[in-house]
Design a protein around this ligand. Structure first.
Ligand SMILES: [Mn+2]
Length: 450
């Protein structure tokens, strides 16, 4: 890690401890989970652990303590072990924890629970997120109780338990200048991959083949991990919101909905585009597409500091409802349709979500019961959609059409900036791009399919 980065993470710990009252915070990185046999799921450190340390190793704990002006940062990590490194690769070790990650003290993580009574002894407050790892929860609770039984020896355990996410979520909701650079970088990586997908799509491909193009382009541009499993849904599959089977053949008249995001340096992007495999929208596809696009643009146009998240949702929703009336799916006024929620069979999710270290990033959507007001530095996705399944209310020509259009949007002092605007989304732009661009497959040997 560069010196610059070291300062960045130190400043974050200071900000965290500024918001903490006297006590100690325990922040775990998490442990790998078993998939099947001896195979583990790919490990990714918890976002809060990374936020405060810059470290991405498994089986580590950050211990932040504050007593008035006295503050300390300790790391419990896997020790340097040449034998283990042969199997699982390099690790920072105790020395790296101090030198690279700036810990005042570093310990073997194997000693963490042995040291815990000492760590928590006479601390007024414990900051720890219960409910994520039951085994750790039980051991930590046991230590706090044991300490309270030592009252006659003048020892006590923490009487107050706080969830550190109350602090980290606030830190993560409003991005600083460096965070915004990170968001732009990963948005650019993701946008490039979407253009590649449009240049690669052709009827007859498997959905997973197109998904692989997207993921290959992420990797080629520095997206070392996926923000979430890629959704590549052709035709009626697009009406399944979190479709990840990705194993159908893309038909000649299908629209393909791709919802994907790269991760770069633990920061995520999230884009959706819906485009015709043939390069041409059919008239009903174009009609439905235009309504979703209009809803998306209207919602984005509403974004500026001081506007509530609910108002952004409402701006997009009104257009979608007008579209449902125009397409003769629903009768009535936009007002009455919103009131009765009659639109819900075709638009059942919110307009978007916070974006950051997690794709569905943390942070409140309501403050004291009211929809949160946007501030410069917040990053949200705007992703209206319409999903027409085989339903009697839906005119036949629209059945099997699922459309979602999603961009990542940064709230700025004067309004907003779309971070993913590089990917075509106007109908004529998409048709021109698919039709005129050099095929992604040029120079690649045809595969033997069967
Ligand atoms: Mn999204």
């Amino acid at each position: 890690m560069k010196t610059m980065d070291k300062t960045r993470f130190r400043k974050r710990r200071e900000a965290f401890m500024d918001m903490m009252e006297d006590g100690v915070a325990l922040i775990p990185s998490g442990s790998p989970a078993l998939r099947n046999g001896d195979v583990e799921y790919p490990f990714r450190a918890s976002s809060d652990f990374f936020l405060l340390t810059g470290m991405t190793e498994p089986d580590a704990w950050a211990v932040l303590s504050k007593q008035g002006d006295t503050r300390s940062f300790q790391l419990y990590v896997r020790p340097f072990d040449p034998e283990q490194e042969i199997w699982t690769g390099r690790r920072a070790g105790l020395k790296g924890a101090r030198k690279t990650f700036g810990a005042d003290l570093a310990h073997d993580v194997g000693e963490f629970f042995d040291h815990l009574p000492e760590i928590l002894q006479n601390q007024p407050r414990l900051y720890y997120s219960f409910g994520i790892d039951e085994k750790c929860d039980a051991r930590i609770l046991a230590v706090t109780n044991t300490l309270k039984q030592e009252a006659r020896r003048g020892i006590s355990g923490p009487w107050e338990i706080h969830d550190p996410r109350r602090i980290t979520w606030r830190m993560r909701l409003v991005k600083d200048r460096c965070d915004i650079q990170d968001q732009k970088k990963v948005a650019g990586i993701t946008a490039s991959a979407f253009k590649a997908a449009m240049r690669a799509v052709r009827p007859g491909m498997k959905e997973y083949e197109l998904a692989a193009v997207v993921e290959f382009e992420f990797a080629r541009r520095g997206g070392n991990r996926l923000a979430f499993d890629t959704i590549c849904a052709a035709g009626a599959n697009a009406a399944t919101l979190h479709y990840t089977a990705n194993d159908a053949v893309i038909g000649p008249d299908d629209l393909v909905l791709v919802d994907a995001g790269a991760e770069h340096g633990m920061v995520t992007a999230d884009i959706t585009r819906t485009f015709p495999a043939s390069g041409r929208f059919t008239p009903p596809q174009a009609t439905a597409y235009r309504w979703v696009l209009k809803a998306q643009k209207t919602a984005i146009a509403a974004i500026r500091p001081g506007v509530t998240y609910a108002e952004v949702h409402r701006a997009g929703l009104e257009v979608l409802c007008a579209g449902l009336v125009a397409m003769k799916v629903l009768d009535g006024t936009v007002e009455s349709i919103i009131e009765s929620q009659a639109y819900r069979p075709w638009f059942m999710h919110r307009i978007g979500h916070w974006l950051g270290l997690d794709c569905h990033d943390v942070g409140p959507y309501f403050v004291d019961g009211d929809s949160i007001r946007l501030e410069p530095g917040m990053v949200i996705t705007v992703e209206p959609g319409l999903y027409f399944r085989n339903q009697p209310e839906v005119p036949e020509k629209y059945r099997g059409i699922g459309i979602r259009i999603e961009d990542d949007v940064l709230v700025t002092p004067s309004g907003c900036k779309i971070l993913t605007s590089d990917v075509p989304k106007e109908i004529n732009e998409i048709e021109r791009f698919i039709g005129e661009s050099k095929s992604w497959w040029d120079g690649i040997e045809p595969a033997s399919i069967e």
